[in-house]
Design a binder for this molecule. Sequence first.
Ligand code: GCO
Length: 458
Amino acid sequence: MSRNDDLKLKVPAGSPMRAPGFIFGVATSAFQIEGASDARLPCIWDSFCATPGKIRDHSNGRVACDHLARWHSDLELITSLGLDAYRFSISWPRVMHADGTINRKGVGFYLQLLDSLNERHCKPFVTLYHWDLPQYLQEQGGWPNRDTAFRFRDYVDQITRALGDRVYSYVTLNEPWCSAYLGYETGVHAPGLTDKTLSKKAAHHLLLAHGLGMQVLEQNSPATLNGIVVNLSPSYGATDSAADRAAAVAADTAMNQWYLKPLLQGVYPESLERLPVAERPDIQADDLNLISQPLDFLGVNYYTRAVYKADAAAGFVQVPPAPPLTEMGWEIYPQGLTDMLVSLHEQFDLPPVYVAENGAATADVIVDGMVNDATRIRYFQQHLDALDRALERGVRVAGYFHWSLLDNFEWAEGYAKRFGLVYVDYATQRRTMKQSAHAYAELLRERAAANGGTPAGS
Ligand code: GCO
């Protein structure tokens, strides 16, 4: 393979990914890129960032990528990549006032963005909740308070009316496991609480919020593709011993099945019954029916796998990841994407699936105006190949979104970790397309030409 080949992305001839209907996109989220925090209500991530010791580089989301001021040129970047779709999230605290009425000014930004995406034939995938809960709702208990699910329902009702027919697809929630577990149990994400019982309650109310949101979407927006995005860490035993394999199954149940079974089968895993009564969520009569309404699609995010060994006290413990690692310290394990998709397909009666996020933080530097991120391109290629193997095994995957368009605020890691296809110099807000962005654009140009057309956006 020549050095130049290293900087290319390829999809094998005959792969369903080469067909024009397969969606290629990029993903972002509001808090991570928007900035302009004074023009919205505070959210739990503002408070978390203001708490000493929570964010590795002591940063916050006040400016981020200044996307609100620079969205025109960011849209040009999206267009120049020739993407079929752009997945972004709406900031709840930007579009709603605390009294539950809509903030027209806040909505205005999204209307412009949506109109511009549609003009450019780039499909908008809109995430309704990507972790930025309005702070005033946290003060009323946050996700462990059942009422928050109903406030989410009201927000979805208002925002879907306001956005009209501009949206292609709605995602109710992004990664409820992160909101519940990292936010309320380990405390490494906002609101930073460390309470198992609160975490289980939060998880249930997030799922309930999804169900209530789906009900509203069915009513207000039946023509859009409506679904949810979950993050799954395929779980492997550290050894082949029965004990380690059982540990992997237990971890899978706690992390993955806890969300998948209610959503896709309307039941919680049986292990719920083994929880101390005080730790169980309050599951009311109709909740599981609401939660398991039919999905138009299931979005799954994949970054890495998790390896577990048996532990007498905790049941299972995660083994530290082995190289190769990304800058996040996450193992690069593309086969996990194939395994995850195939196992979902074998276990559940699935709607079409989108890989809604996949990507890597790498140590990017600008040299002579260029960012040679060959490590990201290799990661990207390996995961496209892994996705192709899942398609060959019959999994219905309808699209792939790379995380992320821009380097951005990587939550507790601050700005030190770069996931973008486009490099952001935070001092000047200057954007530079990395080699990976050029490779993605070239892949999409080449696919469009092979299909006898021009790529979306051109
Ligand atoms: C996610 C996160 C993204 C992260 C990305 C890298 O959906 O997982 O929402 O916001 O930035 O996953 O950690």
